[in-house]
Structure formats: C-alpha cells, structure tokens
Design a protein around this ligand. Structure first.
Ligand code: FES
Length: 323
C-alpha cells in the first residue's frame, strides 16, 4: 500500500432493470489517500476491477451536479466527498443511486421526474406585458433586491434535495425543493409580472405538501437552503391570498395555537384546518384517539414558559411590522 493510503471498503448498488431480477450490492476494496473523493474510488473500481460499473459524472469539480449519489445514506456529490471521513465514521462506504428517480442502471437514474417538476414551475422571467422594461435600462434591481435571492443562483441542479425529500417520496405531485427554490427566485424578482399568479397557482400545485423537515437544506451541497425558500413562498402565498388552502389554514392555525397557549390544542387545530364539516369526517379517528389518549383532546394546560412565547411572538411581530 502506498504511503498515506488507506483501505477503502465499498459496497456499491448494482442493478440492471432489463436483466436483473433484483438489485444487489457488490463489494470492492481499493487503496486511496483519505482526501481522495468517492467518485475517484468508483472510477478506480471501474478501471481496475469491474468495467461494467455504470455511473454518471462530468466536471469532477462540484460544478455540474451530475455525480450526486447516496453515500452512506446521505445525498452527496461524489466528487467532493472524501473517502477518509466516511471510513472513519462508518467503517465502509455504501454507494447507492439517488432516490425518488427510477434507476436506469447501477448508479445512474432517470432524472425525468426531477426535470418534469422544474418545467412545471416555469422558472423563467415573465415580464409584465403592460409594463415592459426599457431596453436600455441600466439595471432594474437594487442590490437589496438581488440580496433577496442570492442563494438560489448557486443551485447546480444536482437533485440532492429531490433525492433527500420525503414529501417527493410520499407524493410525486410535490414539485420538490429545487423547483420551489427556483420559483422563489422569480417571485421576488421585481421584473417578473406574474408574481401573484405564481403564488396563487403554486398553492394548489403542491406548495403545502412540504413537510418542513429541512432535509433538503441539509443535503444541498451549495447552501441554497431550499426549505427556507419554501417557507418564504408559504408566507408570501398567505399574504397574497389569505389562508384559503388546507395547508395554509393548518399553518396559520398552528401559529395561533402556540401564540394563545404555548402548545397545541389538537381539537381546535383540526377545526381550524378542516372546518366543522371536515371534523365530522374525522370522527372515527377522533374516537380512536379518545379511547387511547383522551388527554390529547382536552384543552391543554397553560405552559410555564408562556411569557417567553409571548416575547418571541412580539419580536416576530416587530420584525414584520405587525402580527
Ligand atoms: S462531477 Fe460535476 S459535480 Fe461532481
């Protein structure tokens, strides 16, 4: 073994849907220095051990986004994930294809679902035809306006967020974190003439399916923070249209519950979210809860830290200029 090299055990997902009855994991061991990225380990396997291993990559510089994979169960760019820390933490490196997209072969997925959602969002500037920009305008945005979407242009469309997202897994109609971050970029662009339409439309096209788990932000290799952009979209959508959708009613009700009592009143929240008629439809579930955990249906007792909760809400109100 070369000086400084370590033994790198790899378990690599292998599957050819056209010929294999089921996926399998092949084991390989290569010797590499700890700073070498996982992509190089896979390329070494392909060059020296198994030329049939199929994977996708291009720039090898964390720019093109094509090498995103599941590495020890986390969505990562293989070209910027060094083998050393993975071995230290897990003792091996398990490499799998990205989730929420069908496998074409081994580590290569069909990105169709991901790009379909991107197209659906229409992430392009749509100026207001009634107020076209002068052709010779030096700039139509101030530095403060550009600041509002400074993170989103960093996105390299690697789909790490899409792969990490449990909402995409649960409901394929959810646009996914990248598409919503791209939408945000044009919603806050003062040159766009379709802001209101975009915000109204997205409310019924999956915005509220986001589970607020923040796994997309954790997975993003470029710190785009998609979950924060989704939160911003939700706030703007409520400001434009009010709490008219089930998801927005739930969000507003949740906030009010905490403001009033510092904790959730489950019965009240269901009424705020689904209305009295909706509650009738959930009577069966309510009865089951009443039998097993009746305390969940009681009015919650005041919490000890209510004064601090009040302070948090007051600070939020001040920051926003009102409740
Ligand atoms: S190969 Fe381009 S981002 Fe990794």
């Amino acid at each position: 073994m070369a000086a400084g090299a370590i033994s790198v055990p790899l378990e690599v997902y292998r599957f050819d849907p056209a010929h294999d009855p089921a996926p399998r994991y092949d084991r390989y061991t290569v010797e590499l220095e700890p700073h070498v990225p996982v992509l190089s380990a896979l390329l070494k396997v392909r060059a020296e051990i198994d030329p049939t291993l199929t994977l996708r990559y291009s720039c090898r510089s964390a720019i093109c986004g094509s090498c995103a994979l599941q590495i020890n169960s986390k969505s990562r760019l293989a070209c910027e994930t060094p083998v050393g820390p993975e071995i230290e933490r897990h003792g091996r490196i398990v490499v799998e294809p990205m989730r929420n997209q069908p496998v074409l072969r081994d580590l290569v997925v069909d990105q169709g679902p991901f790009w379909h959602q991107y197209d659906r969002i229409d992430p392009h500037l749509r100026p207001d035809p009634a107020h076209p920009m002068p052709v010779d305008a030096p700039t139509s945005m101030s530095p403060e306006q550009v600041e509002r979407f400074k993170e989103t242009p960093r996105c390299i469309a690697c789909a790490a967020c899409f792969s990490a997202c449990p909402a995409v897994e649960a409901d394929p109609t959810f646009p996914g974190p990248m598409a919503l971050a791209k939408l945000y970029r044009f919603v806050v662009d003062p040159r766009d003439g379709t802001t209101q339409d975009r915000l109204v439309r997205i409310q019924t096209e999956g915005l509220w399916l986001c589970l607020r788990c923040h796994l997309c932000t954790e997975a993003c290799p470029k710190d785009v923070r998609p979950s924060e952009r989704i939160r911003d979209l939700k706030e703007m959508a409520i400001a434009v249209q009010g709490a008219t959708e089930r998801g927005s009613r739930h969000a507003v009700g949740f906030k009010e519950n905490i403001r009033v009592a510092g904790t959730l009143n489950e019965t009240r929240l269901v009424r705020q979210t689904d209305g009295v008629v909706g509650m009738v439809g959930q009577l069966g579930q309510g009865l089951r809860i009443w039998r097993k955990k009746p305390e969940l249906l009681h009015r919650p007792k005041p919490i000890q830290g209510q004064a601090e909760v009040d302070q948090i809400y007051e600070a939020l109100d001040d920051a926003k200029g009102g409740p």
